[in-house]
Design a protein around this ligand. Structure first.
Ligand code: PMP
Length: 535
């Protein structure tokens, strides 16, 4: 492929190591144009070489690259001198976008409670906004709880001082209070003890719940919710930690709760006796979940697990943040993939295709009952909620909703065609292909681990940690097909093309995948890595 795209572009100053890795896997090419489901390379002869795009901007171009209606609108907006940045003024376009998102979300969920929208620029930023909001809400709930408990303590103190209540032996014994004290002294000792215990609880950092394999971004907090250790561990001291729940063991939720739960203590007076009451301390700040895990290897959340999460979170009053950044915006046949498994979120995050392939836009939605208006004062971003990206995002929704939702149906239909092809490859190569997973235009094909291959060249690919990238390099060189492995599961190739993907492109991908399987079976790892020519 180097001969296809060998233009010198100076010393490597922009992320030189990544460029090296790309080069190694045969993916260091430059795309010069994009249209619908095609990216174009500049060939050695100066002509364009079309590449079928199954990577789809990591899920950002469901409508296709440079959608004519979106580009036309972008041109019109710029020509008309749209006030792209008019921060801290009325933003009717943002309001219209929030209203339209609500209309669709209500239809899909069958609810009518409004979701308020907080805008951001990238996926990870929307996740950070959700987490920050959830933490603000948790802090306010804790403050309200402490006030309520303090009112109880004050009432107990007054009752003991007035001689209308005593501290019974049962309570003195349970807390090991100094023997023989007056009721007033015993109450002082008890309230000190309770205050110490309560402070120890409230000083615990919040705890998040996330699924094994989950990916929620790479910023300071969001990376702590991303399961992949390589991304997360170097930064663990930057933010609160998550407990990761195995996808196949919903009962782990109860175990984690039993290990982490805490209580706040307070006092009450019943029948002239002071008693100690326990109230659950909200240590769990939020449960983050992707309805279809993207970077974790295209793993579909089952309706059963979704129901477990919903039940568990309702029981402990832990908000559910549904991360639809990769799965949402119509890719799986509905705006929210989670609506198909009956999961309802307190929060949603959307990004990627929201920007129509040209704008950088994301949004966090939060259910009215959870909403804290104070958040709007403490959270903001210079670039978020601008007129350009909001107007483009509105257009995206219009295109998804047009003709009674034809785009959603097309995502399903194209997804089915893709999936049928992938399944047929798996059926013919069961020793190599472990599983095909996904929904709509979010499909993954997982290869069995090849580190035990009899061929040293194939073992080398597996042991490099870049297995899927080498396969992607071969597909690009030999089949003019662009795909990538998922970030945290490199044995899974992901396919997230646009609605414009054609039967011919799916057939080309099939030919490429069958060739990959054949080369793996023949032990021709050097062809896959590009160090030997394609036979
Ligand atoms: N959440 C999910 C589910 C994602 O797939 C991604 C990106 N792959 C993110 C969050 C982070 O989005 P961004 O790269 O725009 O920060």
């Amino acid at each position: 492929m180097d001969t296809l795209n060998s233009a010198a572009d100076g010393p490597e100053l922009a992320e030189p190591y990544l460029r090296e890795v790309l080069g190694m896997a045969g993916l260091a090419v430059e795309y010069v144009r994009a249209e619908a489901n095609t990216l174009f390379l500049r060939g050695a002869d100066g002509g364009e070489i079309p590449i079928a795009d199954f990577a789809g901007g990591y899920g950002s171009v469901l409508l296709g690259h440079n959608h004519p209606e979106i580009n036309r609108l972008a041109g019109e907006l710029l020509d008309a001198g749209t006030p792209v940045h008019a921060q801290f003024s009325r933003h009717p376009y943002a309001n219209r976008l929030a209203a339209e998102l609500n209309r669709i979300v209500h239809r899909e969920l069958g609810v009518d409670e409004p979701y308020f929208a907080i805008f951001a620029n990238t996926g990870a930023e929307a996740v950070e906004a959700a987490v920050k909001h959830a933490e603000m809400d948790r802090g306010m709930r804790i403050a309200a709880l402490r006030e309520e408990l303090e009112r109880g303590t004050d009432a107990a103190r007054a009752a003991v001082a007035a001689g209308t209540a005593t501290v019974p032996g049962r309570v003195r014994g349970r807390f090991g209070l100094t023997a023989g004290q007056s009721d007033a002294a015993a109450l002082d000792e008890l309230t000190d003890r309770i205050a110490r215990d309560n402070t120890a609880q409230t000083e615990r950092p919040p705890l998040f719940l996330s699924l094994e394999g989950g990916f929620h971004g790479k910023l300071g907090t969001s990376v702590q919710l991303t399961h992949n250790e390589a991304y997360r561990v170097p930064f663990r001291s930057l933010a609160a930690q998550a407990r990761f729940v195995p996808r196949d063991r919903p009962e782990a939720l109860k175990e984690i709760h039993a290990e982490e739960r805490g209580v706040l203590l307070g006092l009450t007076v019943t029948d002239g006796q002071v008693d100690v009451v326990e109230r659950a301390f909200p240590v769990f700040c939020a449960f983050l979940v992707e309805p279809v895990q993207g970077e974790g290897g295209i793993q579909v959340l089952t309706a059963e697990f979704a129901a477990e999460i919903q039940r568990f979170c309702a029981e402990i009053d832990c908000p559910v943040v549904i991360d639809e950044i990769q799965s949402g915006m119509g890719r799986t046949g509905t705006l929210l993939a989670s609506s198909q498994v009956g999961l309802r979120g307190d929060y949603y995050t959307l990004a990627k295709t929201l920007g129509g392939g040209i704008a950088k836009a994301s949004v966090m939605l939060v259910r009215r009952d959870r909403y804290r208006r104070e958040f709007e004062i403490v959270h903001s971003s210079t670039f978020a909620k601008d007129s350009f990206s909001c107007t483009i995002a509105l257009k995206v929704l219009e295109l998804l909703e047009a003709d009674g939702g034809a785009a959603y149906r097309r995502a399903e239909e194209r997804g089915e065609a893709l999936r049928t092809m992938l399944e047929s490859v798996r059926a013919d190569h069961p020793a190599l292909v472990k599983e095909v997973r996904g929904k709509g235009l979010m499909q993954g094909l997982e290869f069995h681990d090849q580190s035990g291959s009899p061929a040293a060249s194939v073992r080398g690919l597996a042991e490099s940690g870049l297995f899927g990238y080498f396969l992607a390099g071969h597909l690009l060189r030999a089949y003019r097909v662009r795909t990538f492995p998922t970030a945290s599961a490199v044995n899974t190739l992901r396919f997230e093309p646009s609605l414009r993907v054609s039967d011919e492109e799916i057939a080309r991908l099939e030919a490429g995948l069958r060739d990959v399987c054949r080369l793996l079976e023949e032990g021709a790892g050097e062809v896959l890595s590009g160090s030997a020519p394609t036979p």
